[in-house]
Ligand binder design. Structure first.
Ligand code: AMP
Length: 592
């Protein structure tokens, strides 16, 4: 089956597909459309976003609709407002030539009155989030008595989001003889449970995750110690001046924190997560679609609302727990035959997770070095030169300033002028990366002598033997609370009421920040630099490798070594202020 015309679709639908330029049905469409057109069976379609599943259920549903009858014949339940709107838009395009067709979308987060008007106008199809639909049913604004087809879209996600009871309530209130079409990215027990309770003998169809084996995706991973994760992200962003991408975090909090930090540094990014209200989320999506934002930092659920086909990079700030979720994330890039890059920042102990995902994706992942400062500067220099070379100034540009310009630069040598222009554009990046360190994990062990000695910081913590700690237990508390690698903590000394330990200088802020928000046996944890600690300093002070006192222990005789200089420069990157394809904003506003 190679074309839509071989399905027995109405002429109006075939016309719309031809207008849209859809030539070949996608695999899920090939599998389910013929069965759904017959319309006499329930089905389960296992397919994720990007596989063309909206058309897979949308075309048959439209085909079954009788436009001369003004009652709700088809109901599509979907987890989020963004998805509802996308489905409605998509369906409207397919039904463009069906005169008299009305499709209403109803979802929470916006005033209900406008939606009541929409549903009272007797649409044949309603796309709804479960909560809002129940609200409308309770207000008797909608009648589902004539319903013939229910589509549960992204069923797994609806269940994950806690809509089970709502879905059950809705399904109980639909006519028994209606057909149910369930679509889900995964077949969890919860999904099967819903199917068993509410569906009649069903047929299952599945297609490989959209891009699970998409060879157009280059899967790369970067191994960094946990405390360097954010710096690594920044470097990857700076190394990709042309990026149009999504950064995935595991939690809403991480999403907010990472986005805020990047924004403070002047990057044109925005968070996108479920704690933001609908209005804000829509605004973010609009700005991303119109390319005012080059990058969105998103959680997995919120990212389902992003319907963009030309994402160049997906960055996993943290790997997801479930390898399958990785394929959902990576599937955001390399859509519609394009190529894309999926980058993952992993700590040394997470390399085994990469191996697991490799098996699922059936592709080899490339371990890639985190670029050093010089590489970033070089990359941005070439990018900027390319921009200059390919710029096409308007014909009459600068006509009125021509004389002034020539007067000003008359005696200036061309090479000098180029140098100045490029310096102006790149100086923030050059400053930021002048003394940048190597972020690749493992480097500090290989580095050795080059840096001329260890660079560590000694920290004080207000917990000691009285809290039931010994060096091992303290090490465990620190590593579990911060995810910091144990080999980076050294020279632990535990006293009665307080303790001391060494960490690499560049990890000290990270550890202080993360541990200070923690409690240990209900005691608020406090950390300070050892030399400033109000705990009176360490008895006998720090006595070098073997001087830790009888309760201290040193697992690493030479201590952690960092040969590179600790990065002194913060912020930076000329692109944040308007160059490098970023739009708007003054140059380097947020520097330092
Ligand atoms: P979906 O999986 O429904 O989110 O669809 C992903 C994208 O693919 C949407 O932008 C659709 O418009 C597009 N699409 C769906 N089916 C086809 C097709 N047969 N040919 C080309 N594009 C399609």
């Amino acid at each position: 089956m190679n074309s839509f015309s071989s399905f027995s679709l109405r002429e109006e639908l075939l016309q719309a597909l031809s207008d849209l330029g859809f030539e070949t049905p996608t695999p899920i469409q090939q599998k389910v459309i013929p069965h759904l057109l017959q319309g006499d069976k329930d089905i389960i379609g296992l397919a994720q976003t990007g596989t063309g599943k909206t058309a897979a259920f949308g075309l048959p549903l439209l085909n079954h609709v009788d436009v001369s009858v003004r009652s709700v014949q088809g109901l599509i339940l979907s987890p989020t407002r963004e998805l509802c709107m996308q489905i409605q838009t998509e369906m409207q395009k397919y039904g463009d030539h069906m005169r008299g067709l009305r499709i209403a979308a109803v979802y929470g987060g916006v005033p209900i009155m406008g939606q009541i008007r929409d549903v009272k106008a007797n649409p044949q199809i309603i796309v709804a989030t479960p909560g809002r639909l129940i609200d409308l049913l309770e207000r008797k604004a909608i009648s589902l008595e004539q319903l013939k087809y229910v589509v549960l879209d992204e069923a797994d996600e609806m269940l994950n989001m806690g809509f089970r009871e709502d879905i059950e309530l809705i399904l109980k209130n639909t006519p028994a003889e209606k057909r149910t079409w369930l679509f889900s990215a995964t077949m969890s027990n919860d999904v099967r449970g819903i199917a068993k309770r509410f569906m009649k003998e069903w047929q299952e169809y599945s297609v490989a995750a959209a891009n699970a084996t998409n060879e157009n995706i280059d899967h790369q991973y970067f191994v960094a110690n946990h405390h360097n994760r954010f710096e690594t992200l920044r470097r990857l962003l700076d190394f990709a001046p042309n990026i149009y991408g999504i950064i995935f975090t595991r939690t809403k909090q991480d999403c907010q924190d990472v986005a805020e930090k990047l924004m403070k540094m002047g990057y044109h990014v925005s968070p996108l997560h479920g704690d933001m209200d609908q209005k804000m989320r829509s605004k973010v999506l609009e700005r991303f679609k119109s390319r005012q934002l080059q990058v969105i930092v998103a959680t997995d659920v919120a990212a389902r609302g992003i319907d963009v086909n030309d994402i160049t990079h997906v960055i996993n700030y943290e790997l997801p727990d479930d390898p399958e979720v990785y394929t959902h994330r990576s599937g955001r890039t390399a859509r519609a035959g394009k190529s894309g890059i999926c980058m993952s920042i992993v700590s040394p102990k997470q390399i085994s997770n990469i191996r697991q995902i490799e098996k699922l994706v059936k592709q080899k992942f490339h371990k890639t070095d985190i670029p050093d400062g010089a590489e970033v500067v070089r990359k941005r220099l070439f990018f900027y030169m390319e921009q200059i070379a390919t710029a096409e100034p308007k014909d009459d540009f600068a006509k009125m300033y021509y004389d002034f310009m020539h007067e000003q630069f008359d005696g200036v040598d061309k090479d000098e002028l180029i140098r100045k222009l490029i310096w102006l554009q790149l100086k923030d990046t050059i400053d930021a990366y002048q003394e940048s360190e190597d972020l690749n994990a493992g480097f500090e062990r290989k580095g050795g002598a080059a840096g001329g000695g260890a660079r560590y910081k000694r920290l004080f913590i207000n917990l000691g033997e009285k809290d039931g700690l010994n060096p091992q237990r303290l090490l465990q508390f620190i590593t579990e609370s911060t995810d910091i690698e144990p080999n980076l903590i050294d020279r632990i000394t535990v006293r009665d009421l307080s303790s001391f330990f060494n960490v690499p200088a560049d990890a000290a802020d990270y550890i202080r920040e993360h541990l200070s928000s923690k409690k240990f046996k209900n005691r608020k944890v406090r950390l300070e630099d050892a030399e400033q600690s109000s705990g009176g300093g360490e008895r006998g002070g720090y006595r070098g490798p073997s001087g830790g006192g009888e309760r201290g222990y040193s697992r690493n005789q030479s201590g952690p070594r960092f040969s590179g200089d600790t990065r002194s420069s913060r912020g930076g990157g000329e692109h944040r202020g308007g160059g490098g394809g970023y739009k708007g904003g003054g140059r380097g506003r947020e520097r330092h």
